[in-house]
Write a protein that binds this ligand. Structure first.
Ligand SMILES: *Cc1c(COP(=O)(O)O)cnc(C)c1O
Length: 467
């Protein structure tokens, strides 16, 4: 090292020297030599690029940069956060929060060998669906059931099994797109099914289906228009009538419910969403629905219905590519078991608990939290309690909102102040995600379960925005 050469790259310490630096010894131990070496190399490379007169090449400063780089690399990327968006089942925020029973079951399955495909009675090979089949059938009235990765996989697998190289009949009013890549016509193409559109966007009649039926028909598909509604001069053929037409022509009727729920939501003060049991009763040969929407479990796709059709699905080699692992299967079983006691569902299943929370309960929480936030944020931000409306999300009851309460944070400075405020909350140790509306950052408190954790978290904000 030639300390005399001004602002020269040669003044930077070597990797080896830094690895032995007293400030880094503990970090090298903790993260390992190769991780530490990588962080040092990256730090030095960045210094070389940005080296300007005046940039510190003090070893302690470089060691500090290395430490913060190591911390940043070790930080969890997918973070637990506060979902105060007002959308209870937010797809980008991981949809349903699982019940404690499901968390425990999944953890046990991770820690131990389990009877995943093992029949403990006979001592022979079993099937992974055995763990949920009886339970799902009991809760839905279906004859048989199977479980795959998600509802998109369920639809893909059903279409491929029943209508590969054949026609799948769908109403033009039900050709849905659910977020980016899930578009019914495209899924059909990938499944090898030929889409046969019938009717018009707003009106489809029984004769439209009947006229389209022919020997090459593989199935009739009914899709729950979960994220939009067609209103005005409309007509659709109900599942019951469609089931009759399908039966007359000996073609299976598949009903993609999307969210699908196992209980009547009106008991929680929500509007009615078709239950899986009703869809089965209406005569669908197969019904598909999600595990992590209203059901409140892990990501999964359920296919329930006729035994012979479920059998054909299970023999499809694609099933293997779409199956679920032991953790999710365990969580599904535990979640489904909670439905045996519908009276306690709102206590035990977070999705139901959050959806069923009373406005008064949420309002009281807003009143408690407003002064706390006002104190933390100081004079620069006005904090008000405001009524607002939550959504279920994930396409369930798209037009229905639920009365709720929240906090409106309005920065007094103009310009980018609102954006900076949102950013500060997003960068808390446990990020807080709200929504921006009418010049304010709104925190809908419906999903704020851990109030004390929320409090603790705010102390990091004090140093962040108030400065
Ligand atoms: C949500 C939804 C899907 C996709 O389900 P995922 O579980 O997200 O894969 C398919 N069809 C309908 C009608 C839906 O609402």
């Amino acid at each position: 090292m030639d300390d005399a050469a001004p602002s020269s790259l040669r003044r930077l310490p070597s990797v080896d020297r830094l690895l032995r630096h007293p400030d880094l010894v503990a970090a090298v131990q903790q993260h390992g030599r190769s991780e530490a070496t990588l962080a040092i190399r990256e730090t030095l490379a960045e210094l070389r690029e940005t080296l300007k007169p005046g940039t510190s090449t003090e070893e302690t400063d470089i060691a500090a940069s290395v430490l913060s780089r190591l911390d940043a690399r070790a930080d969890t990327c997918m973070k637990p956060l506060f979902n105060l968006t007002g959308t209870v089942l937010h797809t980008n925020l991981g949809r349903a929060i699982l019940a404690e029973e499901a968390v425990e079951a999944a953890t046990a399955a991770m820690r131990h060998a389990v009877s995943l495909e093992f029949d403990l009675d006979g001592g022979k090979r079993g099937e992974r669906d055995d763990h949920i089949r009886a339970l799902v059938c009991e809760l839905t009235g279906a004859e048989d059931a199977t479980l795959v990765n998600n509802n998109a996989a369920a639809v893909l697998l059903v279409l491929n099994t029943l209508s590969q190289g054949r026609e799948a009949i769908v109403s033009r009013g039900e050709l849905i797109e659910i977020g980016g890549a899930f578009r019914m016509p495209e899924i059909m193409a990938r499944a090898g099914a030929h889409l046969r559109e019938v009717g018009t966007t707003n009106r489809t009649h029984p004769r439209d289906y009947a006229n389209a039926l022919q020997p090459a028909t593989g199935l009739i598909l009914k899709v729950h228009t979960s994220n939009y509604r067609i209103e005005g001069f409309t007509a659709e053929v109900g599942a019951r009538d469609l089931a009759k037409i399908a039966r007359q022509h000996n073609v299976p009727l598949v009903n993609d419910l999307g969210s699908g729920t196992l209980v009547d939501l009106s008991r929680f003060g929500l509007s009615k969403e078709p239950t899986v049991r009703e869809a089965v009763e209406e005569g669908a040969d197969l019904v598909t629905f999600s595990g992590d929407k209203l059901l409140g479990g892990p990501q999964a796709g359920f296919i329930v219905g006729r035994k012979d059709l479920i059998g054909a699905i299970n023999r499809n080699p694609m099933k293997r590519a779409l199956r679920v692992d032991k953790m999710r299967l365990a969580a599904c079983e535990a979640t489904l078991k909670l439905y045996r006691d519908p009276d306690r569902l709102a206590e035990r299943l977070p999705t139901m608990r959050l959806l069923a929370r009373s406005v008064e309960d949420i309002r009281q929480q807003a009143v408690r939290l407003a002064p706390v936030l006002a104190e933390v944020l100081g004079d620069t931000v006005a904090v008000e309690t405001v009524p607002c409306r939550s959504q279920i999300g994930s396409g369930a009851l798209p037009l229905d909102t639920i009365g709720s309460f929240g906090l409106a944070l309005k920065p007094k400075g103009g310009g980018r102040a609102l954006e900076e405020l949102s950013t500060a909350f997003r960068h808390l140790p446990r990020p807080v995600i709200g929504r921006v509306a009418e010049g304010a950052l709104i925190f809908d408190l419906r999903c704020l379960d851990h109030e004390s954790l929320f409090h603790e978290n705010l102390s990091s904000l004090r140093s962040g925005v108030a400065s």
